[in-house]
Design a protein around this ligand. Structure first.
Ligand SMILES: Nc1ncnc2c1ncn2[C@@H]1O[C@H](COP(=O)(O)OP(=O)(O)OP(=O)(O)O)[C@@H](O)[C@H]1O
Ligand SMILES: [Mg+2]
Length: 463
């Protein structure tokens, strides 16, 4: 670890020397100067971890100096030393963000303790700032990729409801981004400096779910050797994310409803309720409306959860986001794996955009990750794509009917690809019109039945 740097500013040579000697002995890298002007000069190309300065300097004031250095990010932390302690200057020093204030004559050991504390404090606050920046980067709404109309609607809704305590129910197919929305709601709310607790209701064995959610008291059941807090308690003042809420068994549904109504929980085996203030966000890819009708999910809980519904659109309904997502994930995985893979070919991008993405954004992310790892560097070509993407896209091009008014582009086309796509289009139509009857389909195409069967065999992926 590099040495921490300290700038000592004092016009009294004896003080400069005493401080420098002691600080160097403690392993700090010390620079000493006697005035504000000199302090500004030496910090021109350098940032100090700590500035220890006299309050009264021959050419100015220590507090002003600290303020000036801080504004230029030339010092992370500071200590003022003075022989003229007054309450006002102490208050002013604190207001300026000066870490501490000591009066002359001082005990050098006392100053060293303060120096340690000041540096530790500044390291922690740097780390904190960094972590917060990271969190914001990961979960801010800014990091949502998508500028299609359905996605903009979601983003606007998230912005509007993030900083409320309303319960939110996020629904959508698997991989559409339900969890990233839940996190964005939390990290854009006033609870953002508190904890976000995710619980996957479908992944916890039923027997454990109640104690996992509400906690238990010692002796509540065999193996309950101690009192234990549950996830609701852990999320107190923060956000509890009940993922896969559709998997919640009926007896627990009642208990969740009670918690939402009373804002308190009863740990397993206890008769005492404990107040909790957790914001609830739930998510599911099950059609809860349907589950309610089939009596799989309680209607009262459904309404209680569904105060603000957010519906995540599947990727195939916002194909214009696909190119943005491709580049977003390319950047992430190229950086992560130290690779340099590019996707520039329009045919490749079109193939991605035409595919139906049953696994939504997660499927796209996994595919980009795989391509980056396998290719390592260079431009992705059509032949680098898995068959499912190519055949899916061929079907869609065919369905769009764009063949009839197809114009040969200047850069040319892949003849085989297009002809195959047109054949696929005809075969699919013939089969669909004859409800899969190959005899009738071959008649419709004025083709031998055996030729049709041969062609279908080659296209196992499609039919
Ligand atoms: N709009 C988006 N922008 C950037 N990344 C996204 C977006 N939507 C989803 N992702 C990424 O896709 C992956 C899947 O998202 P997430 O886990 O939020 O989906 P989900 O709806 O909760 O899926 P499941 O139902 O399978 O749990 C994550 O890695 C997430 O970061
Ligand atoms: Mg999820």
């Amino acid at each position: 670890m590099p040495k921490q740097s300290v700038l000592v500013v004092d016009d009294e040579v004896s003080i400069r020397k005493a401080l420098a000697r002691s600080l160097e002995r403690e392993g700090y890298l010390v620079t000493t100067v006697k005035s504000s002007v000199e302090a500004e000069a030496v910090s021109k190309d350098k940032e100090y971890d700590l500035v220890v300065t006299d309050l009264i300097l021959p050419d100015g004031n220590g507090i002003e100096l600290v303020r000036s250095l801080q504004s230029k990010q030339k010092c992370k932390s500071s200590i003022i030393i003075t022989g003229n302690a007054t309450v006002e200057s102490a208050i002013e020093a604190t207001r300026q963000g000066v870490f501490h204030y000591v009066t002359k004559p001082f005990n050098i050991d006392e100053v060293l303790v303060l120096v340690d504390k000041a540096i530790e404090h500044s390291n922690l606050s740097q780390q904190n700032k960094h972590l917060k920046r990271e969190l914001k980067r990961t979960f801010a709404i800014d990091n949502f990729v998508g500028d299609s109309e359905p996605m903009l609607k979601v983003i606007r809704l998230v912005e509007r409801v993030a900083d409320t305590d309303s319960t939110v129910l996020i629904t959508g197919e698997s991989g559409t981004g339900k969890e990233i929305v839940a996190r964005a709601l939390h990290y854009n709310s006033s609870r953002s400096d508190k904890i976000f607790v995710p619980v996957n209701c479908g992944a916890i064995p039923l027997g454990l779910l109640e104690s996992e959610l509400f906690g238990h008291v010692k002796g509540a059941f065999t193996g309950a050797l101690n009192n234990r807090d549950g996830r609701f308690k852990a999320a107190d003042n923060g956000t509890l994310f009940l993922d896969e809420i559709g998997e919640m068994p009926p007896d627990l549904q009642v208990k969740i409803l009670r918690v939402l109504q009373n804002k308190s929980i009863e740990p397993v085996g206890s008769v005492k309720s404990i107040e909790v203030d957790a914001r609830i966000i739930a998510a599911t890819n099950v059609d809860l409306d349907n589950a309610v009708q089939e009596k799989q999910f309680r209607e009262d809980l459904y309404y209680r959860l569904n105060v603000i519904p957010i519906v995540m659109p599947p990727l195939r309904e916002r194909r214009s986001d696909v190119p943005l997502l491709i580049h977003h994930f390319l950047e992430i995985y190229n950086n992560e794996k130290g690779c340099d893979v590019l996707i520039r070919d329009d045919m490749v991008i079109n193939a991605f955009a035409s595919y139906d993405w049953p696994g939504n954004v997660r499927e796209l992310e996994n595919l980009i990750q795989r391509i980056v790892i396998l290719k390592g560097t260079g431009e992705v070509e059509l032949r680098d794509l898995p068959t499912k993407i190519l055949s899916g896209s061929r079907m869609r091009v065919a369905q769009s009917g764009s063949f009839t008014d197809f114009e040969l582009p200047d850069e040319g086309v892949c003849f085989k690809e297009l002809v195959t796509a047109f054949e696929d289009h005809l075969l699919a139509q013939a089969l669909s019109r004859t409800h899969g009857n190959k005899n009738k389909a071959s008649e419709l195409l004025k083709m031998n039945r055996t030729t049709l069967v041969e062609k279908l065999k080659k296209r196992q992926v499609l039919y």
